[in-house]
Every structure is written in C-alpha cells, then in structure tokens.
Design a protein around this ligand. Sequence first.
Ligand SMILES: CC(C)(COP(=O)(O)OP(=O)(O)OC[C@H]1O[C@@H](n2cnc3c(N)ncnc32)[C@H](O)[C@@H]1OP(=O)(O)O)[C@@H](O)C(=O)NCCC(=O)NCCS
Length: 175
Amino acid sequence: MRNTEIRIATVDDASHISTLGKITFSETFGHLFRKKQDLLRYVETTFSVSKITAGLHKSSNIFWIAFADEKPIGYAKLKLDSPTEFVDATAICQLQKIYVLKEFLSLKIGPELQKQLLAKAQELSYKYIWLSVLDSNDRAIRFYKKNGFDIIGSHDFTIGQEHFDFFAMGKKLKE
Ligand SMILES: CC(C)(COP(=O)(O)OP(=O)(O)OC[C@H]1O[C@@H](n2cnc3c(N)ncnc32)[C@H](O)[C@@H]1OP(=O)(O)O)[C@@H](O)C(=O)NCCC(=O)NCCS
C-alpha cells in the first residue's frame, strides 16, 4: 500500500512540477508530434523551471502537488479570475492542469486533485469553472464529465507543424 499525500505547492516545488509537466505531457501527447523537435521545444519552454517558478509566484494561481511514498507523482493548477469567451458569467476560474504520471494513474490521485481544486474554487466563492481539453483525450474528457463538466465550445492551437483541436468544458459551482 502506497502512502499518498496532496498539498498546496510552493515555489520550492518548482523543479518537481517542471519535471512532472515535461514527463506527463510527453507520455500523454508525445505520439501526436511528427517532429520530435516540436515536442521538445514546446515542453522545454512550457514547463521550464523559470516559467513554473513565475507561475508559482503569481497570487492568481494555486498549485497542488501529489506524492506517493514521498516521490512527486502529479500536480494541479487553478487559475483564479479567468474569464472566457465561452461563458457569460462573473467570478470565473480555470482548471489549467491536472497531470498524473502514467505509472501512478492507478492510485486515483487525479480524482483527489480534482476534488481539492473544485473545493478550493468553491471556498473562494467562484461561480463557474472551465478548462480546455484536447478533443481526442477521451480519458480526461470522461474524467471531467464524471464531475459535472459539460462541453461548452471548441478552439484550436498550433505547436510547430501540429494543429490541435480542443474542447472547452465548463461547470457551474454551487452557490
Ligand atoms: C486526466 C487525469 C488527471 C484523470 O485521472 P484518472 O485517474 O485517469 O481519472 P479516472 O480514472 O477517475 O477517470 C478516467 C475515466 O476514463 C476512463 N478511461 C480510462 N482510459 C480511457 C481511455 N483510453 N479512453 C476513454 N476512457 C478511458 C476510466 O475508466 C475512467 O472512467 P470510469 O471512472 O467511468 O471508469 C489523468 O488521466 C492524467 O493525468 N492523464 C494524463 C494527463 C492529462 O491528460 N491531463 C488532462 C489534460 S486536460
């Protein structure tokens, strides 16, 4: 039985989160890139320690980090005050990341990260939460639907020579 723990992350966790981001993105989406260089460039920029450190410093973000037997295995990021074209509402926040290493998916840390993130959004009186998910990421879409998110729109994004289509999903938070 593994000993798991989830806590709010601090700036001291930046290098762990950087590594978790790079590995999880590559093992989940790496096969979608025809040019390895496009993947490497994206991952090195998006999950650089300096970028993650800057994100952790911002008061508009909350990060969680998850451990199994004291080893980092996943993280989540909530962006506060994040309006979107897809929703006409006030007090909107965004679930920006829930990433769990493939090897540890069976520990069901993803659901616990989502639970804690949604509880925090509610505690901070947000009325609506939204996210973007790759339209082919069936596992994540199912994971969000189980927790009351619905598809509310779509958008696209290009990385190098790859074009990606995303669903926007959203959910009203309880008053
Ligand atoms: C997204 C993520 C956090 C969800 O956590 P999880 O532990 O996998 O979540 P759960 O197992 O509770 O839910 C996933 C659901 O999809 C199902 N599922 C598993 N593999 C699937 C697949 N290949 N296709 C469709 N559904 C799948 C599971 O059975 C489960 O549904 P169920 O509870 O009805 O059985 C985790 O999978 C993850 O970190 N993935 C890699 C990174 C990622 O994609 N992050 C989200 C980016 S938006």
